[in-house]
Design a protein around this ligand. Structure first.
Ligand code: GLC
Length: 806
């Protein structure tokens, strides 16, 4: 990773551009059409920050354990942790980020990097360089702030930090109630404001309103503050706002702390700068388990050298983790989104932070984070194994699972959604292709309602077997309260409605688990799952077929939806893509349904989830129909599902379609038109509005989207064709014919594979030549794929593949 600013990335869009070989995004116009944020987390602590300086901090759970207050308002973006700078002489002041003072800076730019954000600004001849990050593994957020006097006279400055304490579940909607439990104190020896709360409101918790927040929060500085304030009224002044707090206006804080205040944190530090002089300070925000941890964290990090070393260290951690996989193709937008942004989004945003500006999750979704954990497969599969184990522990012994649960409180939500439980065997099957790790299959985890541990194999079979008890007379699985599509929340509440997609998904898993059962020498299951899969495929093709494509589901009253017979929601995407991915459609039908995807569902920004959108709510379908037409699941591009089109196109060998569908949802491409698209160019959106919306093409719900890990998979496995299999590492290129070559480096079963694919004849697929470590391997003609055998752990395998024509 180069830190040079000269390597400008070509995707300048008027608001910013990529730098550092694509490893950071620099925003040069802070008036981006929505807040463009960074989610920075190490899995224990984290924060989100916008280009304006808006955002919030948390420890472990961004919803139940938020340290600083924030309210969701993407138009004002006025909640954050702020830094004011005041000139003593002129008495004027500004903020280091554009918010909250909103003075026009002389210079301003924001760099969202991998693991950190830097806000650079210049006001009244003073530059401030404010870098925020969390270290590799400790629960502390650090700000490295450097002020430089760019004028030729000495300057006497005052710095005031400012944010509101939340200390627990967010949003803190009833502040007058909550503030009465917060206590603050100033600890001069720690150069810190300390905050505690005697109440932790955890929704559905048994100890409702009767437990303390189990942490000690702190806000510290590396310098001895001149003064402080922990009271909002005294800092801000009654009826004022963050734009002009009285303390900053007058240059002195009230030094209030204790009980009953509207608790905030502000440290005031004086900085004297000679002409040309710079000064660096460190501020920290965090929450320790107890006072001892707080002391330890402050001692360890709140010091300029230590903080600088921690920043270098955390950048190195990310660099090391996210360069284990590398793809180099002729498409710069594809390269940058694959390395490192999709990986970073999936890990920092979805698995560790589990939050975004558009949605604070905090919880683990049973299906969601299992899917996300696929991102670790080519770089650190052990972490996928840990995720699988964690989810297994959130299963009941009857095979059903929590739809989501909150770490820290362990409050969870049992569900009648019918797909959740199946993601455990599905991802486990994929993990086994990656690792061949029989030990995980045999290792044991308890259930939510039974402490006696069972093998991961047993956990998985219980999920499959549970779904097999929920089949209709026509051989299709019941949909219950929804399948993958949460919005189908009322289709089958009476346990009569059926889901075609769930049947396809189940078919895929049965095929995978026939192999897994063989590995476990469980012959009765091999037989059973083989027979069930054969019947299911027949029933899906008979009872799930609409004439030209697979319809979506049946309601409890038997009526079909997602069918040509309907007037709204006539064609659904998932039942077409998964007919291909799950080997349900035979070759002819597979081509036929994918024609439907390309002709009927593909729009300018990828494939729509349903078409046309529902214009009016249908209470027998669910809240999908209640979204405005064209938004989210109701006729928008639901990016997560749109990625499956890339994989299905590639599976059918439709190379141009695969790359086109990938590029259409590559945010770098989407944000070539930022005024229409509005969202960040470096992370995927949850959705893009469809043609039935007034805002066709508008993106939203960035960061907290399950599409990141899947788009990565679509690009790497679908297009570049490199994927793990039980027999070895498969290479099955399905590329634009115009590509001359590309390369992929990844780990597979402990060895590093460096694969170069040459395309001298301008074809889109077909392996004609292979050499491994310089040795030519004779091939019997041209084949769609080659399988590279498992190599010795720790070794490097250099592979050259030549595509050819027969
Ligand atoms: C949301 C949910 C996810 C679901 C998807 C489709 O992204 O988090 O679990 O599959 O919507 O409804």
């Amino acid at each position: 990773m180069s830190e040079s600013h000269s390597q400008k990335f070509p995707f300048e869009n008027g608001y910013g551009h990529f730098e550092d070989n694509g490893w950071s995004y620099r925003i040069t116009d802070h008036r981006t059409p929505r807040p463009w944020t960074n989610v920075v987390s190490n899995g224990l602590a984290g924060f989100i920050v916008s280009q304006n300086g808006g955002g919030y901090s948390w420890r472990e759970n961004a919803q139940l354990n938020r340290i600083t207050r924030w309210e969701q308002d993407l138009i004002k973006d006025e909640w954050g942790k702020f830094l004011y700078i005041r000139d003593r002489e002129s008495r004027s002041f500004w903020s280091a980020a554009w918010k909250p003072v909103c003075k026009e800076p002389e210079q301003y730019s924001v760099k969202h990097g991998i693991g950190y954000t830097t806000i650079d600004s210049k006001n009244e001849g003073i530059t401030s360089d404010w870098t925020m990050f969390v270290p590799r593994k400790d629960a502390i957020e650090l700000w490295l702030v450097t002020l430089t006097n760019r004028t030729d006279r000495p300057r006497s400055l005052q710095l005031f930090t400012y944010f509101e304490w939340n200390l627990g579940a967010a949003p803190d909607w009833h502040r007058e109630f909550h503030r009465t439990f917060i206590k603050t104190a100033y600890d001069a020896s720690l150069k810190s404001i300390i905050a505690t709360k005697r109440l932790w409101e955890v929704p559905s918790d048994k100890a409702h309103w009767n437990r303390s927040w189990e942490y000690v929060a702190f806000h510290s500085c590396s310098e001895q503050p001149a003064s402080f304030d922990a009271d909002k009224e005294s800092f801000m002044g009654l009826y004022r706002s963050e734009v002009n707090p009285i303390a900053v206006e007058q240059g002195r804080t009230g030094e209030q702390s204790g009980d009953w205040l509207d608790a905030v944190a502000s440290l005031n530090v004086n900085v004297e700068l000679k002409p040309g002089e710079s000064k660096t300070l460190v501020f920290a925000v965090g929450a320790g388990k107890n006072s001892a941890e707080v002391k330890k964290l402050i001692g360890q990090f709140v010091n300029v050298e230590h903080a600088q070393a921690a920043l270098t260290d955390v950048k190195e951690m990310w660099r090391e983790m996210l360069t284990r996989f590398q793809a180099k193709t002729p498409d710069a937008a594809m390269n940058t989104i694959l390395n490192p942004w999709l990986q970073y989004q999936a890990i920092a945003g979805r698995l560790w932070g589990r939050t975004g500006y558009y949605q604070t999750g905090g919880a683990f979704g049973f299906r969601d984070q299992l899917q996300d954990s696929q991102i670790f497969l080519p770089i650190e599969p052990q972490r996928t194994a840990e995720q699988l184990r964690l989810h297994a522990r959130h299963q009941f012994k009857d095979g059903t699972v929590y739809h989501w649960w909150h770490p820290l409180s362990e409050v969870g939500h049992p569900t009648e959604m019918t797909d959740d439980l199946l993601w455990l065997p599905y991802i486990l099957g994929i993990y086994l292709e990656e690792t061949g790790d029989l030990a995980l299959l045999k290792s044991k985890e308890p259930f939510l309602d039974d402490t006696r541990p069972a093998t991961m194999y047993d956990h998985s079979c219980r999920a499959i077997d549970k779904v097999l008890t929920r089949m209709s007379k026509r051989g299709l699985p019941y949909i219950g309260a929804g399948d993958w599509n949460d919005g189908l929340s009322a289709v089958g509440l009476k346990w009569k409605g059926e889901s075609i997609w769930l049947g396809q998904f189940l078919h895929r898993i049965l095929l995978d688990f026939v192999l897994v059962s063989k590995m476990m020498k469980d012959t009765s299951r091999v037989k059973k799952y083989t027979a069930v899969a054969v019947k299911l495929k027949k029933d899906l093709n008979k009872n799930g077929w609409d004439g030209k494509y697979y319809y979506g589901a049946t309601k409890d009253n038997g009526e079909k939806i997602g069918s040509a017979k309907n007037t709204e929601g006539k064609v659904w995407l998932n039942t077409q893509t998964w007919a291909v991915l799950a080997d349900v459609a035979d070759a002819k039908r597979a081509e036929q349904v994918f024609d439907v995807v390309e002709n009927d569902l593909e729009g300018k920004n990828g494939t729509l989830l349903v078409k046309p959108a529902y214009a009016t709510p249908d209470s027998d379908v669910g809240y999908l129909t209640r979204y405005a037409a064209g938004m989210r699941e109701n006729g928008g591009v639901y990016t997560h599902a749109a990625t499956w089109s890339v994989l299905a196109a590639a599976k059918l060998g439709r190379s141009e379609a695969a790359f086109r569908l990938f590029s259409k949802i590559n945010p770098i491409r989407l944000c070539e038109n930022p005024k229409e698209y509005i969202a960040e160019p470096y992370v995927t959106p949850g959705n893009i509005e469809g043609p039935d919306s007034r805002f066709y093409g508008k993106g939203g719900w960035t960061w907290y989207s399950g599409s990141a890990a899947w788009l990565f998979k679509g690009g790497v496995e679908g297009i570049l064709g490199v994927k793990a299999s039980h027999n070895g590492l498969l290479v099955e290129p399905c590329i634009p014919a115009a590509w001359k070559n590309y390369s992929v480096q990844r780990l597979f079963r402990g060895a590093t594979y460096r694969i170069t694919v040459e395309n001298p004849h301008g074809v889109d697929s077909g392996v004609a030549g292979l050499s491994v470590n310089g040795k030519n391997i004779p091939l019997a003609g041209i084949s769609r794929s080659v399988t590279l055998p498992v190599a010795k752990k720790g070794s490097t395998v250099d592979v050259t593949i030549v595509l050819g024509v027969s």
